[in-house]
Ligand binder design. Sequence first.
Ligand SMILES: [Zn+2]
Length: 464
Amino acid sequence: MEVCSQLPVLPLDRPVPQHVLRRRGAISLGTSSALFGGPSPRQLCKRRGGVSYNSADQAVLYLHLLGDVKQRGPGPSEPVRGAPHSQVKVDYQRFHCHQGPVRPGARGLKSHRRRLSFQRGLKSRHLLQRPSGPQHLLDQVYNCQVKCMLDKVDSWDFDIFMFDRATNGNGLVTLTFHLFLQLGLTRLFRLDPIKLRSFLVMVQADYHQRNPYHNSLHATDVTQAMYCFLRQPKLATTLSSCDMLLALVAAVTHDLDHPGVNQGFLVRTGHHLAALYKNSSVLESHHWRCAVSLLRESGLLDHLPITDRLNLEERLGSLILATDISQQNRYLARFREHLDREDLSMADPSHRHLVLQITMKCADICNPCRVWRLSSQWSSRVTAEFFHQGDVEKKHGMAVSPLCDRLSDSTAHIQAGFIRHVVEPLFREWCRFSCTSLSHRMLAHLQTNLDRWTDPSQHPETPP
Ligand SMILES: [Zn+2]
């Protein structure tokens, strides 16, 4: 039984609602009366405890009080059957799952094959329903804490990990909904708040929480970074409302249904999406199609003219596809040319769109530009995901992908290369364009973090 760090928090003196047990199979306990005094997040964290239930008979399997609740790291991979690798069948639904294999009932297998998503099928009708009473109880417990944090949502030091705990794992919905209001998008586009919330709930649910890195927390972090960038003078004064709407939707959906492995893995294991997208920007194309399907399913933009909707969907794809790191040089070369010629005009829609694509790329890979306290946590997470893929590849006799071998790679080595070859070139150009205190600060963090990763005294495990 797994204890999740994103547990709904309940007061100790109230019964556990059935829907909580059904939804997660686990709860954590908090002393609600103390929360209203506004304790520091650190104190709050210490007060938490956890209880896990067997979802079948609801017997308590795990109890931990007065300590922090930690998520177990991703264990050995689940069922990948068959070798050699050209015939490897990966059960993406259970890729990071530690529970038993899927029962081979004919009905189960049939429905599994029908699924287009990497994970379970989305039960949209349930998600589109208004939340029932008891869920409000959970939402209210941390309201004070969440409100305090949202007041500083434009801070580059915003602690997204703490925010996620304070929102009981609903950071994506809470933060993005707030930003829509903050930017006036709900009013400007006459968005139905219930549909907006439903859309965000579906987006959050379509991320794989078992991925160490590519989960809804990463999407929330990218969305928060995007908001910081949108507030920079060059963008805030020139982007249209439509640009702002697109930027937020792209940020929050850009890794939807990510399976926790890279494109190379999908190609080598013959995944149907690799064939569908002709082995090119496979993941990004899938993220985009998922985003479009959730937009349509939620009906969020149904009141807009069809041509506007189609145009928005097309531009959304263009922003999400820009996050394909293998294509970075192409985007960066165009951006650099404009900067060199000093002919970038924010009055020109095509130029504005290019800037938005670069902004999206910056938001996606800005982890090394955060303060070390936050940046190092992201580094550990992404390494865990890479190494998990490497473990699966070894298990099935496949060649281990670059950066995925836990025996020869290290977090320090991976981060140093990533910063030097990918992040720094992008943010140098961004700084030329934006040239604000934030862009200089990001470069300063980048250098500090690089220094720490390349200092052998701090990372003795770094390979030569
Ligand atoms: Zn991403």
